[in-house]
Design a protein around this ligand. Structure first.
Ligand code: FAD
Length: 408
């Protein structure tokens, strides 16, 4: 709630200045004045003995919540290719839609992207709303926000799910503000309240130390972003049928404040740890940037990729693109080998859904062993070369792992 100073009542006592934790108040001509640091926390209100600081009530228009129906998934595409998170959200959206007893729809924005509608139907969408326009060819905050807002206002979905990709993180909060609703970012679990069918949106809070479940009781749609890799992908079924609805786009070039001149893909060896089946991840225990070469060697042997904890990324040993965890990526490989990683909750948040977790750590009490299917207590500099040597004698590594997994 916004906070306001009533100038006539302010006595210039300066008590509020000391009470503000953000340095958001200063005295100008013996009257307290708020600056841009104000977070509207309200601490100054309690400190004022003269009722000179008040909470300003905002009158909000009452919405008819019953007019909002259905679950929507923003189907992100880039250069005509669907992002994997679209199928993941359709998988989760299907469960939610079935529980509430409503339709699941996908929303597709782009230029000449009609062809993707059949893929979205195959992943379970009952309907696909398609907005095709030359000005939607590449993502722009202004263009996509305007069109998405208009679509929500016209069709009134009760739930909108967006992938927490760079695009989704830009788009979703802006759309939420435009349609006058809230947004829960980076959800890790979505459920439906059995009694009132509201969406229960769970996400880590306070540095990942607690999980907070957030509801949006008075506004619609209920909007969440979910990071790629968190939800399980919907199964593709090409015999699914669905309806395609073309949305009439009215967009002017002048409405877009940014122009995409060229798209240059970052040359990082095109490694996407979220799509890897084998991940060999290194933490502070790897010790140095060069230490990662040993992990690379093992990853190569397994046809996998290297990942990392935040500690290793913070040390500058590896790029943030490879970070696994709450502020990195969420991965679901078949096998995750954690080397010299202690197993902090923020790291576990990104890898605990791996099929098999193998931990190598010289501390037998390291928390990573609590989530590991297999634990090796030892120095990774001794253990990893031994594993590589052992793998030299295996012809088909994937088959060997599958056989080992089946016997355990
Ligand atoms: P450490 O905790 O220092 O553990 C190093 C481990 O290596 C120890 O267990 C040690 O016994 C072992 N070791 C040392 N030498 C060897 C050796 N030679 N051989 C074998 N084992 C050895 N962390 C993430 O990883 N991802 C995130 O996304 C993330 N997000 C965060 C978000 C927030 C808001 C906060 C507050 C923290 C976040 N963190 C994240 C940081 C997290 O809390 C931990 O600090 C971090 O995961 C620790 O990394 P680590 O396990 O590599 O290092």
């Amino acid at each position: 709630m916004p906070v306001r100073i009533i100038e006539d009542k302010c006595k210039g006592c300066t008590l509020c200045i000391g009470a503000c934790p953000f340095g958001a108040l200063e005295m100008v001509n013996r009257v307290a004045v708020m600056n841009e640091n104000c977070t509207h926390c309200g601490a100054c209100i309690d400190s004022c003995n003269f009722d000179a600081i008040i909470e300003e009530k905002i009158e909000t228009e009452e919405k008819d919540l019953s007019a909002y129906k259905g679950v929507w998934v923003f189907a992100e595409q880039r250069q005509g290719e669907l992002m994997p998170v679209a199928a993941e959200l359709l998988g989760e959206g299907r469960k939610i839609a079935n529980e509430i007893g409503v339709e699941l729809s996908a929303v597709l924005l782009g230029n000449k992207v009609d062809g993707l509608a059949k893929d979205l139907i195959a992943y379970g969408a009952d309907k696909v709303y398609v907005a095709n326009d030359r000005l939607l060819e590449t993502f722009t905050t202004d263009g996509y926000t305007k069109v998405m807002t208009e679509m929500i206002n016209e069709y009134k979905p009760e739930i909108v799910l967006v992938g927490a990709t760079h695009i989704g993180r830009d788009l979703a909060p802006r759309v939420a503000a435009r349609v006058g609703t809230g947004l829960t970012a980076d959800c890790t679990t979505l459920e439906v309240d059995a009694e009132d069918k509201k969406l229960l949106q769970t996400r880590p809070a306070f540095g990942g130390n607690i999980m907070a479940t957030i509801i949006c009781p008075n506004h619609r749609p209920q909007m969440s972003t979910v990071r790629p890799g968190v939800m399980e992908k919907a199964e593709r079924n090409d015999s699914n049928t669905g309806e395609v609805i073309n949305f009439n786009v009215s967009l002017d070039e002048e409405e877009l404040r940014t122009k995409v001149l060229e798209i240059i893909k970052e040359a990082k060896g095109n490694v996407n740890i979220q799509e890897a089946d084998f991940i060999v991840s290194g933490g502070r225990g790897v010790g140095t940037k060069d230490g990662f070469q040993l992990l690379e060697k093992l990853a190569k042997k397994l046809n996998g990729v290297v990942g990392a904890s935040r500690a290793a990324v913070d040390q500058g040993w590896i790029d943030h693109d490879f970070q696994v965890g709450q502020t990195g990526k969420t991965v679901r490989p078949q096998i995750y080998i954690a080397c010299g990683i202690s197993g902090a909750i923020q790291h576990l948040a990104g890898m605990q859904d791996a099929d098999y977790i193998i931990a190598i750590n010289k501390n037998p009490d390291a928390p990573i062993f609590k989530v590991a299917d297999y634990g090796i207590v030892g120095d990774l500099n001794d253990v990893i070369p031994n594993i590589i040597e052992a793998l030299d004698n295996v012809d088909d590594i994937t088959k060997a792992f599958a056989e080992a997994a089946a016997t355990n």
